[in-house]
Design a protein around this ligand. Structure first.
Ligand code: NAP
Length: 244
């Protein structure tokens, strides 16, 4: 898919990986719809002026189906269509299983997995009519391997993989592709807060001996949106962490 003048909605793009993805698509001439639960700041919006593309911010909670529908409607009214959806919004609530409450479990599932369901369902009908579209779901290597203290997060990210492959099969004949990115340890607000001990232990396990950066994840998103014959795949970007 040629990305110039295409409309790309990225959930959770007020900062971190989502914001880097938005910049990468904008630099290739795509129009951008940013999202976060809060207002996207003027500062963040101003940084897009240099690309000379349309930029819209829609605030809302992806875990709320009414919010998801409203955001997609707002974006479609302003831009005309949504050609690429990146389900990137995600949260963690890390605790060992014995301490994990039902609420901790459900909240993470609701944002990370139900959020992607809500947004996908809201964009899929018009994409089906247009017989064109790309959906990219942001999983994690933790969804492939599991991780101590992340039973809720791992369940949500593994769930996204099964969800993506199922939807990919349903819509492939309509020329809509659904793929998954599984990042390893990427420098962002989400990982900045981790204790140094955990960061050091993670680094020791990464064959490339460094963490990834948000731009590198954005390059994978651009690949998955623009190429036209890859669907139902999971691409790990993790410095070799999960290589078989
Ligand atoms: N960083 C890593 O190492 C890493 C590794 C593997 C996978 N991932 C995944 O990559 C994605 C982005 O991670 P990140 O590190 O960039 O996270 P981040 O810096 O914490 O940013 C998360 C983004 O999601 C938004 N968000 C959170 N809950 C939301 C909701 N209910 N509705 C709408 N937006 C919501 C946040 O904005 P508001 O706070 O304004 O809502 C923010 O824009 C996540 O899905 C994460 O699980 C990250």
């Amino acid at each position: 898919m040629e990305l110039k003048n295409k409309n790309v909605l990225i959930t959770g793009s007020s900062r971190g990986i989502g914001l880097a993805i938005a910049h990468k698509f904008a630099s290739l001439g795509a129009n951008i719809i940013l999202n976060g639960r809060g207002q996207v700041s003027e500062e963040v919006l101003d940084e897009f002026a240099k690309y000379l593309v349309k930029v819209l911010a829609v605030s809302g909670d992806v875990s709320d189906s009414a919010d998801a529908k409203r955001m997609v409607e707002e974006a479609t009214t302003a831009m005309g269509s949504i050609d690429v959806l990146v389900n990137n919004a995600g949260i963690t609530k890390d605790k060992l299983m014995l301490k994990l409450t039902e609420e901790d479990f459900e909240q993470v599932l609701k944002v990370n997995l139900t959020g992607a369901f809500n947004m996908t369902q809201a964009v899929l009908k018009p994409m089906t009519k247009a017989r064109q579209g790309a959906i990219i779901n942001m999983s994690s290597v933790v969804g492939l391997t599991g991780n101590i203290g992340q039973a809720n997060y791992a369940a949500s990210k593994a769930g996204l993989i099964g969800f993506s492959k199922s939807v990919a099969r349903e819509v492939a004949a309509r020329n809509i592709r659904v793929n998954v990115i599984a990042p390893g340890f990427i420098e962002s607000d989400m990982t900045d807060g981790l204790p140094d001990k955990i960061k050091e232990a993670s680094l020791a396990q990464i064959p490339m001996k460094r963490f990834g950066n948000t731009e590198e994840v954005a390059e994978v998103a651009v690949f998955l949106a623009s190429q036209e014959y890859v669907t139902g795949q999971v691409i790990a970007i993790d410095g070799g962490l999960t290589m078989q």
